[in-house]
Design a binder for this molecule. Structure first.
Ligand SMILES: C[S@@+](CC[C@H](N)C(=O)[O-])C[C@H]1O[C@@H](n2cnc3c(N)ncnc32)[C@H](O)[C@@H]1O
Length: 377
């Protein structure tokens, strides 16, 4: 197929890939187009040609899918934050489920039946409690632009309000715009503090309060099903999972390298009169060997909630060798999660019981997953 930049083509969309782009084909040659839906026929213009695939921009939807809806945000398509506002929310959940099931089957040979339907967010707009506003000097226009990184991933798009952010953050955006940072390239993090949790300014907290009860319920349910008595909560932040699950186990320990987050975790536990846990300020890689040595493997469950890049191979290898009864893997990055699950399950050391996806990030390409892994005897 000899496609070139600027060619205009008609395409039928067969799938929605991770990242949100639709997949079409011309003579078996794959073409990615954003802002489309599986089953649609569209007119698109080629913008990039690589050896094995091309990219195109959407010109016109010829046959719209039933799931197509009007986006709520006027910046949709220009701002880089959302990919799915043109898709009805129930359909977004179905597409995310298929993406996760396909990925786990491909990377980890995991049966799609193990992947539960995606739990939706009760508030598919106005849910984000943390956003990062950026500023950039626009030379030709001679003005400071304040907003979010645009779809091109290079320039900041001028934004006055964000439809997926909590209303309180939109008030803060107005304030940042009225008092812009003096130079370009500045990032300002705006957040709504969670009620009842101590969270230092730069420490992590889950970004969607609306679906948080379901996330906790899922982790608790997995933990209870294993019957584990001890919990090691790795990458514990301000102690969120350990504290929420404290009543389900005899004792727990949280590990986190952000020292301020650990100090907050101790306060968060004390404020709830939780006395069966301790918090260690250390790198997971450094603290884990001793913890696994101390606790009996048959009674121990380990929560892994690493950053997007996933776990260190050494951490996974240590778990494979010491074999705690259960590993609960929580992740907002299904690709690195699938890679790590594959390592844990290699040679039948662990078996995946179930994956529960939760839509902590409606309208966007992202999705949270919780996996329940059990040691095989
Ligand atoms: C996705 S957050 C999870 C936080 C917590 N589980 C929660 O739900 O609020 C990942 C956390 O891992 C911490 N972290 C990253 N790499 C680490 C490492 N090597 N050792 C210990 N903590 C680490 C980060 O500081 C961050 O708080």
């Amino acid at each position: 197929m000899s496609l070139k930049i600027g060619d205009q083509i008609n395409l039928t969309i067969h799938d929605l890939a991770f990242g949100g782009e639709g997949v079409g084909r011309v003579d078996e040659f794959v073409i990615f187009v954003p802002f489309v839906i599986t089953g649609e026929t569209v007119e698109a213009e080629i913008t990039e040609v690589k050896k094995n695939f091309a990219r195109a921009k959407l010109l016109r939807v010829v046959t719209p899918a039933l799931a197509r809806v009007a986006p709520e945000c006027k910046y949709f398509g220009a701002c880089g934050g959302c990919q799915y506002q043109h898709i009805d929310y129930a359909a977004q959940l179905r597409f995310k489920h298929k993406q996760i099931a396909d990925l786990f089957e491909r990377v980890g040979k995991i049966s799609p039946e193990r992947v539960a339907p995606v739990l939706g967010c009760p508030s598919p707009y106005g849910y984000r409690n943390r956003i990062m506003v950026r500023s950039q000097w626009n030379g030709p226009a001679k003005k400071l632009v304040v907003g979010f990184i645009g779809i091109n991933n290079k320039f900041v798009e001028e934004i006055e309000e964000c439809k997926i952010a909590e209303p309180a953050l939109n008030e803060q955006i107005t304030h940042v715009r009225a008092n812009p940072p003096p130079k370009g390239g500045i990032k300002v993090v705006l957040r709504v503090q969670p009620e009842g949790w101590e969270v230092p300014k730069d420490s992590f907290f889950q970004n969607n309060f609306f679906l948080l009860p379901k996330l906790v319920e899922t982790v608790r349910e997995f933990l209870q099903a294993s019957g584990a008595k001890r919990l090691i909560d790795l990458y514990c932040g301000v102690g969120f999972f350990g504290i929420e699950a404290a009543g389900v186990v005899e004792s727990f320990v949280g590990v986190e390298y952000d020292r301020l987050a650990i100090a907050a975790a101790r306060q968060n536990a004390a404020a709830r009169n939780i006395n069966n846990g301790e918090f260690i300020s250390a790198k997971v890689e450094a603290a884990l060997p001793e913890l696994l040595h101390k606790f009996s493997a048959e009674k121990t469950s380990v929560i892994l909630d690493p950053p997007r890049k996933g776990c260190w191979p050494e951490t996974l290898e240590l778990l494979r060798q010491t074999k705690p009864a259960q590993v609960i893997y929580v992740s907002c990055h299904p690709a690195t999660m699938a890679r790590d699950l594959n390592i844990l399950c290699a040679d039948g050391v662990y078996e995946l019981e179930r994956v529960q996806p939760l839509d902590m990030f409606p309208q966007t390409q992202h999705v949270e997953c919780v996996a329940d892994l059990r040691r095989r005897n």
